[in-house]
Design a binder for this molecule. Structure first.
Ligand SMILES: [Zn+2]
Length: 382
């Protein structure tokens, strides 16, 4: 492996002399002052740009993180485009515009220390949390300014920077009375983009919608490869009879089920019981020929998620959000062949998740390649 420690290609200077695209407020300056201690030991860096302290990243002329690790072309199994629902205006997903504004922007807050060993939403500051809340409200009322940067060109550019060949796009159907058709809009956008072969679109339907099975079949007809279900945001349990009916469609159409699994800890209290891991047992047991992915590997309920997944050949754990030690624990508990790499872009930069995987697998490149590439390729080809 090529070890490049703290390489910096003069991004600050480049931005100072030319108004380069991508030199926005949170990305124009030089790398931040390093924190005390070896980041491979402390697992803490200052902001996302502090990842240049690790041996596998540098900042390019645009001030953007780029990996220097020798990696096979990987698959990001957990990504999104911009969200806009209900009254919010649509987003031009193929527009070339300014650099992506991450929903959790650790570089925009001088107080933000990126802790690679805690669950992902734990490192965020209060200022970041309140900025996210106001952006979320905008996604269904007036439209989110950040969301307009969550475009296909920005995603593809970041994939190139992080050795990611393909990304799985996960829409969401929260259950609004109209314009609850994000999956159709993303399928349209991908069909008209420069590299449709690099983006794998899943569908999403709301289990309480009587038309959900028919809508899911229609999405499969249009090329959706799976369905994203979010028990907390949709307020329906994964073992609710209406949700169970959807797994019949998944079996019939060979669709992969991607769950938001477990509690993230930041959702309103009334939503949390829907995602308790006990509710995922019946689906994976009663549909052994349907392939299920537990997004975030159970999030903060990872300890409850592992026994549900362990020993099941129809369950994969997508590790976004977990810290370095929990990723290692997950690999030991369910086996490297059952773990998938995901980033939750554009909530976070892809480099943040890649850094954790690189650290967690630094002694075993075969495990790294399985998680970064092979498992996802097999799952998507099956
Ligand atoms: Zn996500």
């Amino acid at each position: 492996m090529k070890l490049t420690r703290r390489r910096f290609l003069g991004a600050g200077a480049a931005c100072a002399v030319a108004a380069l695209p991508g030199c926005g407020p949170s990305e124009s300056s030089a790398p931040p002052e390093p924190l005390v201690g070896d980041p491979l030991e402390t697992l803490r860096v200052r902001g996302y740009r502090g990842l240049v302290e690790l041996p596998w990243f540098e900042l390019d002329a645009r001030g953007r993180l780029v990996t220097t690790a020798e990696l096979p072309p990987g698959v990001d199994f957990h990504a999104h485009l911009g969200f806009s629902f209900f009254l919010a205006p649509g987003i031009d997903y193929n527009a070339a515009g300014s650099a992506p504004h991450y929903s959790f922007d650790c570089d925009a807050d001088a107080e933000c220390v990126l802790d690679l060993d805690v669950y992902m939403n734990h490192f965020t500051t209060e200022r970041m949390q309140s900025a996210l809340t106001s952006e979320l409200v905008r996604t269904f009322l007036i439209g989110s300014a950040a969301g307009r940067t969550h475009t296909i060109p920005n995603l593809l550019a970041e994939m190139d920077d992080n050795s990611v060949e393909r990304a799985v796009l996960l829409p969401l159907a929260p259950g609004f009375p109209f314009r609850d058709n994000l999956a159709e809009r993303w399928l349209d956008a991908v069909a008209h983009c420069d590299a449709p072969e690099r983006l794998v679109v899943f569908g999403s339907v709301h289990p309480a919608d009587d038309a959900a099975p028919a809508k899911l079949r229609a999405l499969a007809d249009r090329g959706a490869r799976g369905v994203k279900l979010h028990p907390t945001m949709q307020r329906v349990r994964p073992d609710d009879p209406r949700t169970m009916e959807l797994y019949e469609v998944c079996r019939e159409r060979e669709l992969i089920v991607f769950f938001h699994a477990g509690r993230a800890g930041v959702e309103p209290a009334f939503m949390q019981p829907y995602a308790r891991m006990a509710h995922y047992r019946a689906p994976v047991a009663e549909f052994p020929d349907v392939r299920f992915v537990f997004g975030h590997a159970g999030a903060r309920d990872i300890d409850e998620a592992i026994p549900v997944a362990r020993g099941r050949t129809n369950v994969w754990m997508e590790a976004h959000g977990q810290g370095v030690r929990d990723i290692r624990r997950l690999l030991g508990a369910v086996g490297p062949e059952r773990v998938l790499f995901g980033t939750d872009w554009p909530l976070f930069p892809q480099a943040a998740s890649l850094a954790k995987l690189l650290i967690a697998t630094r002694d075993d490149s075969s495990v790294r390649d399985r998680v970064f590439r092979e498992n996802a390729r097999e799952l998507l080809s099956g």
